[in-house]
Design a protein around this ligand. Structure first.
Ligand SMILES: Cc1cc2nc3c(=O)[nH]c(=O)nc-3n(C[C@H](O)[C@H](O)[C@H](O)COP(=O)(O)OP(=O)(O)OC[C@H]3O[C@@H](n4cnc5c(N)ncnc54)[C@H](O)[C@@H]3O)c2cc1C
Length: 362
């Protein structure tokens, strides 16, 4: 039997894939309702449909334009983004897992290992402790993974604070915004419309996230009013992280499988689930196989993040000037951030001046 801890996208999609292969799967989730609370913007590229076909009730909005803003520049590029209702997406994937035969226990929290073949859970309905026998345990329990901690696999991870709220803001439904520069140290800011008068506004930061958030919010809306918080932490990809030890595996945010440029972890976690399913079914080394399948892409995102971290306002202005050329925009339209290797190679081929930023590599 295989126990998967956490019914987010990583855990539920893996449960679905393994159950489809005839494995005996128990998926445990500490919350009463799968998908709640939401701690995510829910924006993904069309690449998500390589994994799942999204029913229309999951899609809040589609943005065909991205507005990229730096201190003195503002450019608009074509894109193809899907803004999801993240709670409905999580429910949808969990239902796929249940339909494939996985047993789902909500209100069940992983609290530790009894031994290598048994875990301890707390049933939050009655506070009783329940043991579950498992040949394999998968920690898909998010950035603060209790499974990683209990298995001593949570060394040295770094996290951004992702401050996000739904706010009242009239905006062009077809366009989402990203904001870069010294007012957004460490990461960037975003405004993603979910309806004509409500947007998901947020930013990431290592420190003083709340302060930066309110400044950004006031600059966009002229007020400090929020409708509801959807904040959380975002792990920085750690290429050295051990993601399998004996019969314990980590996936998704628990394994820091997130694009360091954007903080996007939904598509990487679905891709990692296909890799982990293959490793479990065919007895392959997941530490190695994950590196082969996704390691180079996530490493490229991390290297770009390291370069962006050194940018001043002036550097971002220069970057946007280069990006504002038709030949560059065409490449940005053709390759999305979930295919970063061809994206970067084509950008460098068509506009070698991007190489000027390689001075920040050292
Ligand atoms: C503010 C913010 C905005 C984001 N925006 C985007 C975005 O637009 N696009 C994108 O791709 N990514 C985004 N991300 C990242 C994305 O949310 C994560 O990468 C993604 O949710 C990872 O999925 P997961 O299944 O690994 O973890 P999670 O979605 O965190 O799921 C983990 C599950 O495990 C459960 N759990 C935790 N501990 C236990 C336990 N002890 N026992 C049982 N269950 C447990 C939790 O309740 C949860 O349901 C954002 C993150 C933040 C914080």
């Amino acid at each position: 039997m295989i126990t998967i801890v956490g019914a987010g996208p990583a855990g539920s999609y893996l449960a679905y894939l393994l159950a489809k292969q005839g494995k005996d799967i128990t998926l445990i989730e500490e919350h009463d309702k799968i998908g709640s609370p939401v701690q995510c913007t829910g924006i993904v590229t069309g690449s998500i449909e390589k994994f799942v076909k999204l029913p229309s009730n999951i899609i809040a909005n589609r943005c065909n334009k991205v507005v990229v803003v730096s201190k003195n520049k503002r450019i608009v590029a074509e894109t193809g983004e899907i803004v999801m209702w993240r709670n409905k997406f999580d429910e949808f994937i969990a239902n796929m897992a249940a339909d494939a035969g996985a047993k789902i226990l909500t209100n069940h929290q992983f609290i530790g290992f009894n031994n290598t073949n048994s875990i301890k859970t707390k049933n939050k309905n009655n506070n009783e402790t329940k043991n579950i026998d498992s040949e394999i345990v998968v920690g898909a329990d998010g950035p603060s993974s209790a499974v990683a901690k209990a298995a001593n696999l949570n060394l040295n991870s770094k996290f951004y604070i992702g401050m996000q709220a739904k706010v009242k803001l009239k905006s062009d439904l077809d366009a989402f915004e990203t904001h870069f520069g010294e007012s957004f140290p460490d990461f960037f800011g975003w405004v993603v419309p979910e309806s004509e008068d409500v947007a998901r506004l947020g930013l990431g930061a290592f420190n003083n996230a709340k302060e930066h958030f309110y400044k950004f919010l006031e600059s966009k809306t002229g007020s400090k009013e929020i409708l509801c918080w959807e904040s959380g932490i975002i792990p920085l990809y750690d290429p050295k992280k051990i993601i399998q030890k004996d019969n314990v595996f980590l996936i998704g945010d628990a394994a820091t499988q997130v694009k360091a440029t954007t903080g996007g972890g939904i598509i990487p976690s679905l891709k990692a689930a296909t890799t982990l399913c293959d490793c479990i079914i065919n007895n392959k080394d997941y530490n190695k196989e994950f590196k082969k399948q996704s390691g180079r892409e996530l490493l490229l995102h991390l290297k770009i993040r390291n370069i962006l971290d050194k940018f001043s306002d002036k550097d971002y202005d220069r970057l946007l000037k280069l990006m504002n050329q038709e030949k560059v925009k065409n490449i940005l339209k053709k390759y999305d951030r979930d295919t970063p290797i061809p994206l970067v190679l084509n950008l460098l081929l068509r506009e070698p001046r991007f190489l000027l930023f390689s001075k920040f590599v050292l």
